[in-house]
Design a protein around this ligand. Structure first.
Ligand SMILES: [Zn+2]
Length: 209
């Protein structure tokens, strides 16, 4: 792992221990137990703007090698939400760790950074044209696709482990009603990768046993 990633990982991991949250820890522990993980090293922490000034309400980092290891951060404001919504949010963030999305992100960003300059120019050009022509819907590069797939996989894992679709659908619908349309942007191209509607649609198709 390149040194700057090790450094930010270590800093955030330490922070997650400092701001460890009893309630989030209990919910996360239950989810992991249900998913078959009898032992884990994931810290569940709550944060606010003073602790971490980030535009995202929840995020996670870590990996699943032998045991799940990492940190899940959920904004303290989320405690006001319905208990089942919170369960889904925590399960979704846990899923990113279980499914090893974080090391995949690092590999990808390192991979893109190491591309020959002419290819990077192409990515920039693509970004510029599709942004200026507003072609998000028509043109998507594999880079947006990767972001979307990771999120949809995390949703599926979460919904299956908690055994309910309703909290996910209700929470995402609530976000939509608050005016949020785009769920995720590609960190590589900055273009919209996944809409809230697409997430709801895919969750509805999941088959629960
Ligand atoms: Zn996610």
């Amino acid at each position: 792992m390149p040194i700057q990633h090790v450094f930010s990982f270590y800093k955030l991991y330490k922070l997650s221990k400092k701001y460890s949250d009893d309630y989030y820890t209990e919910v996360g522990g239950d989810i992991l137990y249900k998913a078959g993980f009898r032992k884990h090293y994931i810290n569940y922490a709550s944060f606010n703007r003073e602790i971490l000034d980030l535009p995202t309400p929840a995020f996670s980092l870590g990996f699943n090698i032998i045991y799940p290891f990492g940190a899940v951060f959920v904004n303290e404001e989320f405690k006001k939400l319905k208990k089942n919504w919170l369960k889904y949010i925590i399960a979704h963030e846990t899923a990113h760790i279980i499914l090893n999305h974080y090391p995949l992100n690092i590999l990808l960003s390192e991979g893109i950074a190491s591309l020959p300059p002419n290819i990077r120019v192409l990515i920039e050009l693509y970004r510029f044209t599709s942004a200026s022509l507003n072609l998000y819907k028509e043109i998507t590069s594999p880079l947006e696709g990767i972001t979307a797939e990771k999120e949809l996989d995390a949703d599926e894992w979460a919904v299956k482990v908690i055994g309910m679709k309703k909290p996910a659908i209700e929470f995402l619908t609530w976000l939509k009603e608050k005016g949020l349309k785009i769920s995720h942007y590609s960190p590589y191209t900055g273009l919209p990768a996944l809409s809230i509607d697409e997430r709801i649609m895919r969750i509805k198709k999941i088959r629960l046993r």
